[in-house]
Design a protein around this ligand. Structure first.
Ligand code: MV4
Length: 636
């Protein structure tokens, strides 16, 4: 086994790898960009090496820096995590050339799966079912139209270099073929520098079922399937294992096909074979087709670990260190059911806009597995993926795993940045999902319900007001502080103002009047009926949804607010323009950032002459009141 490995990644996956490495007595080297100098993965690793500026192209994508850091610290191997350099075959070549071990497959195995047409041809040759279609080299438009007619409409045009839905078109009839082909080719050329396409039979309302495989370079086993059908715009939201409705016969057929795929490319390490599945009429042994292979450990690997008891990272380290496959196929069994939900810093009602902000408060319940790469006080920066954490629950069956996930989502508290909690809490209560009726179109079909902005109840508003008032603190009694005055409090949530009149009745009693109706609140266990937190110039209430109430002073709101050298957002809003760059010198009163809030544009200006030290936001970022937008170099 290795003495020391370098983890060429950040966030939760870096922390995940550290956890197993530590348990195995393997020391770890973290790497970090300037934005991550104080990140959790850095503090958890045995040592850490700085890479460079925040943009990934200057830090986490710098293979040369990773290799130099490994050599400098005496690490023998590099774990790539997912994303960044994990599926870059040229990086693998460089790692090997430097005398280091890449914890993952060979460069050739990655290349074999890199282009859709070649991968599909190889899979078909190896006896893995592929979607009926044309994946040859002839790209003549007339020829491709003939193939489409032969396959039968609807068909799908896919860029061979594609990914994430780019260069993909559904064509329903021959009349639309040439127009769609032209736009797919143009898009693919622009996105991938490769305009080649393939044509496939279109599977309507498919399911996405993938098989976890594990190879040692010669042999391979599978660790059963995951259903990842709950996606939105190719972004997975909830994954589970096993797949609802799976039968032993279909599982065996899919598992065999996945192992064939892994063996065909001499696969080493953890990989995933994705299948597109026609679930319109139950799962059938002839109703699944190879889509692509992901040559890395995936985000959703915890559900597989939960149902098999296997630590996939431990297996990765052992096989990379030269050990044979840790288990035979006959040793592997499914126990129970696991479901994972991905928590993102994103504003769902605003169209899933990535959000930024400081995590002021972070509290997870004890029961689920939590994979998290941040801690309270950390900033969700605009530089990287906005995933904050993954919650994985296990149960003896799907119903109990789902019930546990509902409870886990309800009991998690995050304050300081917008998250997708409301969306997730509704999704895990969706009836089709509860029945296991999942397909890739579910979220889109139910979007109106799932993505709606929360509508705070009068009770939640009352709790927000009572929490904000801090009754009885500062050594004063409630009576001394407020009574008998009626205290007006204006709360802003989701662009709407709520006016509350608060009357303190006793140290642990108050009345909150909202739209002429009085709500009696009692304080027990330190809260007014719901957990709530006063922070960052407002209040977060942990009710049916996590609700953020801001209390900006409407008079002062329009002017810029500063704290030391930082220019802060005076209210929550959307950054519609960033007018300055780091290193730029500015004059007092110069435009820094334009904030769109309360249906108005607010120009935030430089409070003094100076130089811009840091720009914390990018155009399109969602910010909370009090969040630092721009920082000036200290005044000398
Ligand atoms: C398809 C398809 C229907 N028919 N291929 C989307 C991502 C890309 N890797 C493959 N994708 C699809 N390929 C045929 N022949 C539908 C999709 C698809 C999809 C697949 C898996 C998960 C989510 C999806 C969402 C939309 C479309």
């Amino acid at each position: 086994m290795f003495d020391k490995i370098l983890i060429a990644n950040r966030g939760e996956i870096a922390c995940r790898v550290i956890k197993t490495a530590r348990a195995m007595g393997v020391r770890t080297v973290a790497v970090y960009s300037d934005a991550d100098a104080h990140a959790l993965h850095v503090s958890q690793a045995d040592e850490a090496v700085g890479l460079g500026p925040p943009p990934a192209a200057e830090s986490y994508l710098r293979g040369d820096l990773m290799i130099a850091a490994a050599l400098q610290t005496g690490a023998q191997a590099i774990h790539p995590g997912y994303g960044f350099l994990s599926e870059n075959p040229d990086f693998v070549d460089d790692v090997v050339a430097a005398g280091l071990v890449f914890i993952g497959p060979s460069a050739d195995a990655i290349r074999a799966m890199g282009l859709k047409d070649a991968a599909k041809a190889l899979m078909a040759k190896s006896g893995v079912p592929v979607v009926p279609g044309y994946h040859g080299t002839n790209q003549d438009a007339g020829f491709l139209a003939e193939r489409a007619a032969e396959i039968g409409y609807p068909v799908m045009i896919k860029a061979v270099a594609g990914g994430g839905g780019k260069g993909m078109r559904v064509v329903t009839s021959a009349t639309d073929f040439h127009e769609n082909l032209a736009s797919a080719v143009t898009e693919a050329r622009k996105a991938f520098g490769n305009g080649a396409v393939l044509i496939e039979k279109y599977i309507t309302a498919p399911r996405h079922i993938e098989v976890q495989v594990f190879g040692d370079g010669t042999d391979a086993v599978h660790l059963f399937e995951r259903d990842c059908s709950l996606q939105r715009r190719h972004q997975k939201v909830i994954e589970e294992a096993p797949a609802p409705g799976m039968t032993d016969a279909v599982r065996a057929a899919m598992g065999n096909a996945a192992v064939k795929a892994a063996r065909a490319i001499g696969y080493a390490g953890a990989g995933t074979v994705e299948f597109i599945v026609d679930g319109s009429d139950g799962l059938r042994p002839d109703g699944f087709w190879f889509m692509e292979m992901n040559t890395r450990l995936q985000v959703e690997h915890p559900v597989t670990e939960a149902i098999t008891g296997v630590d996939l990272v431990a297996w990765q380290l052992r096989v990379a260190a030269g050990e044979p496959l840790p288990a035979k196929q006959s040793d592997l069994h499914i126990k129970g059911h696991a479901i994972e939900a991905r928590i993102y810093a994103e504003d769902v009602p605003a169209g899933f806009l990535p959000a930024t902000g400081t995590i002021d408060h972070l509290q997870f319940p004890k029961a689920p597995r939590v994979d998290c790469g941040v801690q309270a006080g950390d900033i969700i920066s605009p530089w990287y993926d906005p995933m904050i954490a993954k919650l994985t629950t296990w149960g003896a069956d799907r119903t109990s795993a789902l019930q546990a996930l509902r409870a886990a989502l309800d009991a998690t508290q995050i304050a300081g940045t917008v998250t997708n909690f409301g969306f997730l809490r509704r999704l895990v209560r969706n009836e089709d999902f509860a029945r296991g009726q999942v397909d890739t179109g579910l979220i889109e079909r139910e979007a109106a319900t799932l993505c709606a902005a929360p509508d705070p109840s009068a009770f939640e508003i009352a709790v927000a007001a009572a929490c904000f008032a801090q009754i009885g603190t500062d050594g004063m009694t409630g009576f001394a502080l407020w009574s008998p005055l009626a205290h007006p409090i204006a709360l802003l949530h989701g662009g709407q103002w709520y006016d509350v009149t608060l009357r303190v009745i006793g140290p642990n009693r108050c009345d909150a009047e909202i739209e002429g109706r009085t709500h009696v609140l009692t304080r027990r266990n330190g809260h007014w009926g719901l957990p709530a937190l006063r922070h960052g110039g407002g209040v977060t209430v942990f009710g049916d949804d996590i609700l953020r109430f801001d209390t900006p002073d409407p008079v002062k709101a329009a002017s810029s607010t500063t704290a030391g050298d930082a220019v802060l957002a005076p209210m929550p809003g959307l950054v519609s323009a960033v007018a300055v760059a780091e290193g730029q010198s500015v004059k007092a009163g110069e435009r820094l950032v334009v904030l769109e809030a309360m249906k108005m544009e607010h120009v935030l200006r430089a409070p003094r002459d100076g130089t811009i030290a840091t720009v914390h936001v990018v155009q399109g970022a969602q910010v909370t009141a009090g969040q630092a937008l721009v920082e000036l170099e200290p005044d000398t």
